[in-house]
Design a protein around this ligand. Sequence first.
Ligand SMILES: [Zn+2]
Length: 303
Amino acid sequence: MKKSILLFSLLIISVASYASLEVKKVADNVYALVGETTQRSASNFGNNSTHGVIITNEGVVVIDSGASYLGAQEIHQAVQALTNKPIKIVINTGGQDHRWLGNDYFQKLGARIVASKKTQNDQKVRADYHLTRLGSLIGESLDGTNPVFADEVFDTQKNIEIGGVELELYHVGAAHTVGDIFIYMPSQSVMFAGDIVFNDRMLGIGPAKNTQSWIDVFEKMASFQPKHIVPGHGRVSDLSTATKNTQQYLKFLKDKIINILENDGDMLEASKIDQSDFHFLSGYQDIAGKNAQWVFEQMEFDY
Ligand SMILES: [Zn+2]
C-alpha cells in the first residue's frame, strides 16, 4: 500500500515537474517551451520565461537553460517528451537568470554552452546577485544550482551547423541585458529573440538600461522579417505582435520621457505617465511606473 502511494506521488511529481512549461510546436522539429508570465516561484523553478528547442539529426539545441538546476531538469523532461535524441548545444541568449543558471545541468549531459562574450561576462558579474534573489523567490527549488558560465563565446556573430540545421547568432547591442543575442534559423524563418522580445507580459527595462539601444537591436532583429518569433517571455508570435508588445512600448516610453524632459519635468511626472494603452500586458500594474522612472533616470543625463 505504502509502496503504491509512493509510486503514485513520484508519478505526480514527474508529470508536474515540467507542467509549468507549455510545449508549443513552432515549425517542423522546432518547439517553444512557454513558461508562466508571472513572477519566479517555487513551482516554476524560476522559469517564468520562454525557451526554444530545435531537434536535428545529430541531436538537440536548447535555447536558454532555465533559472535553476531543477528548472533545467524541467526543460530536459519537456525535451524528452519530444525526442530521445541527446542535447548537444545550449545557447544562452542573455545574462538574465532564466537564460543560463541551468547550464551546469546540461553541461553534465555533455552539451556545449554558447553565448556572446558580453553575456559570459554578465554571468560572472551577476551570478551572486541572481542566486540571492532567486533564493528568496523560489526557496528550495534553487537546490543544486551551481552557476556555470558559457564555454564557447563570440563577439558579434557566429554560425552554428548541426545535423543539417543552420543557425545564425547575432549580438548587435544591449537590449534587456548587455549581451543579448538573437538567433535566426533561415530554413524555417524562425527567430529566437530571447529577452529582446517580451510577449503577453510587460517588459522590464532590465539591467542594461539603454532604451534606444534596445529599440535599435529590435529593429535589426526585425529586419530579418521572421515568420515566427520565439520570445524571451510569453507566447510565440508573428513580427507585428512582437513589435506592438515590445518595440512600440519602448518607443512610447522614450517619447513620453523626452516630452517631460523638454518641459523641465521631473521623475514624479514620469511615474504618472498614462500607460493604459499597454494595460493588456500582464504585470502592467506592478512595473509600468518603475519602467518610466528607469527610462527617466537614464535619459535625464542626455538633457
Ligand atoms: Zn527574462
